[in-house]
Design a protein around this ligand. Structure first.
Ligand code: DX5
Ligand code: ZN
Length: 218
């Protein structure tokens, strides 16, 4: 069975604490924290996501899955270390060199957090193959990063299948996560491509019943 990481990007501030609590009761496996800096992507969610992550740290033991869509990767890793997230994902496209990618992977690991790299829809998996043995997870974006509620780009699932095949051939146990446009309509083909964790935002947050929505995806 796959795991579900609920993106809290569209959670409203007024009833955030109650929503987080309801998500825990509904059985989310992770809280997915979408950190955007207004540079790597247009929107800026740095302040609100940091606020939400602090609330979560206080009220829940469900692991946090931090997705950094930022240029300043080091600064944001440092900000989230004290909150002890389970996974920190940064974007390959935001790194200046392969050496820098390795530096961030090691830095995240040294802080007892699981490192993951994300690639945008147009980035080939060839680019990240060399890092796979060092990584806990790869996050394949199934939409262009930047906002919730978009439509899944079908071609991105070919990348998932190819990556899955490569991991199996090479006996690697790196997880595959997908993010963007995942809901009850798209989940079947996403699963078929071979994933471990599915991020879902609007598909869960806008549902009347979180538990039903999460169970359906699983
Ligand atoms: C997109 C974010 C996603 C997004 C998911 O940049 O990384 O996590 O909020 O939301 P839905 O499921 O609505 O596409
Ligand atoms: Zn995300």
């Amino acid at each position: 069975m796959i795991e579900i990481s609920t993106s809290i990007l569209t959670v409203e501030k007024d009833n955030a604490t109650k929503t987080f609590y309801d998500l825990e009761v509904a059985g989310t496996d992770y809280y997915h924290i979408d950190v955007m800096d207004g540079k790597f992507v247009e929107k800026n969610t740095e302040k609100i996501m940091y606020e939400y992550a602090n609330i979560l740290k206080q009220i829940s033991n469900i692991p946090m899955d931090v997705h950094l869509m930022v240029e300043d990767i080091k600064g944001n890793i440092d900000r989230y270390i004290p909150l002890n997230p389970n996974i920190i994902t940064f974007h390959y496209e935001a790194c200046k060199s392969d050496e820098e990618v390795i530096k961030f992977i090691n830095y995240i690991k040294e802080n007892n957090i699981k490192p993951a790299i994300s690639i945008k829809p147009k980035t080939d998996i060839e680019k990240i193959k060399k890092f796979l043995p060092m990584l806990h997870m790869v996050l394949i974006m199934t939409v262009e990063p930047g906002k919730g509620g978009q439509k899944l780009i079908p071609e991105t699932l070919d990348k998932v299948s190819k990556l899955k095949e490569y991991l199996e051939e090479n006996n690697l146990d790196t997880y595959i996560e997908v993010d963007g446009g995942i809901n009850k309509e798209t989940i079947d083909k996403v699963k078929k491509a071979g994933i471990d964790i599915a991020v879902s935002g609007s598909g869960i947050i806008s549902a009347d019943n979180f538990k039903e929505a999460i169970n359906k995806l699983k």
